[in-house]
Design a binder for this molecule. Sequence first.
Ligand SMILES: [Zn+2]
Length: 483
Amino acid sequence: MLKPILASAIVTLLAAVSASGQDAKTVIGNASQASGVATLKTVQFSATGFDFALGQAANPTLPWPRFLEKSYTRAINFETSASRVDRVRLQGENPPRGGGQQPVVGEQRVSQTIVVGPTTAWVQQLEIVMLPHGFLRAAAARNATVQTKTVGGRKYQVVSFTGDNKAKVNGYINDQNLVERVETWIDNAFFGDLLFESLYSDYKDVGGAKFPGHIVQKQGGHPIFDLTVTDVTANAPVSIEAPQAGRGGPGAAPAAATAGAPSEKLSDGVYLITGGYAAIAIDAGNHITIIESGQSEDRGNAVIAAAKALIPGKPVTLVVNTHSHVDHASGLRAAVAEGATILTHQVNKTYLEKTLSQPHTLGPDRAQQNGKKPAVESVGEKKVLNEGGHVIELHHMTNFGHHEGMLIAYLPKEKILFEADAYNPQPPNATPPNPPSPYTLSLLDHVKRLNLDVQRIVPVHYPADNRVVTMADLQKWVGAGSN
Ligand SMILES: [Zn+2]
């Protein structure tokens, strides 16, 4: 297993590069020989361990929240570049802490099939390319180079090639000729050029090849998977069917991101924008204020465009952010590009400033192109905005397990409560969870504690049937009854 010092040292010690006596072909050949690349045409393995939800920590200083892999089975066909994962995950944080659709009630089945074809997104191909045998196959097929690097006092042959997304893919090969680490960078709407690492250790012999017994994948410096391999079968018959069109893997764009942005007038100068993560646009006199920017840069741009169409001739200068989770912050780069100030809870301020300043060279967005820098201001427990006569109360949700820097917005004139991730209304006939989510209970507590007279709730995760959500719905969902 990699010593903890290695991960941090890798970034800082890259300067310690010396010229290599071996060429890339030799290094790849030796490593392929050692791990049995030619032998291992297919592999099927089972594992136990954890997965973690990227960008969903309960505060910006924590690692990503953890879920249990009750079962994990993966089949890979290296010859056809195909992979299938079937896993069952369970709630891992007790009590629930952070996002990623917590709390998971019971067992959640997740399957993912990737069959690499001419149109397969590079980020999906990485699921195979970043595996030791996949990496060596890809390196042999591409124009790879090699350098010797010393990291944490250990010497590696680092084989590099350029991925389809123009980012380097680096494989660290140790003195046993085994791939110990593969790193690359992928585009992320919020994080920008996001470091994606896979760490391999505890190699074992399997059918004439070697396969790692411990696999850790990290994104953004924190694990997204930590798997202990319990069973490996080499060259088992593995047939992996291509997924049906429309059922994308992890790189597939959410359908809502490119949908339109229909709107509803809530009162004079106040508009609800749906068609993705819900947002509210407010005519603030000489400018427009937007509450929440959506789940992607596209959605952020769509919300801004819809707001400007509803409230013509005014610039968007203020965007309120409910919290810093990746799916609620990915539209903020559109706000940065617009030159708008972002208003968030103080827990998120430094984190948003830093993250929204990251380079987006792999997928240059509007802010990357126009060079605008984020302007972030913060709110403590409460702030009352008067936006051109429209009052917006921003309240911090205290002791809220989903996120420590969560803001809710209350519009007293409209009696509207805008909330994220505390209550996500399900179809009207859905059965309320038992026990109720502590996040939803917390929202109800806040409405009572703050004495908010709420007629209508606007959830950021707006119900698919576009119905109006009321306090009665919230009370029913937690089994509280109306009072
Ligand atoms: Zn969240």
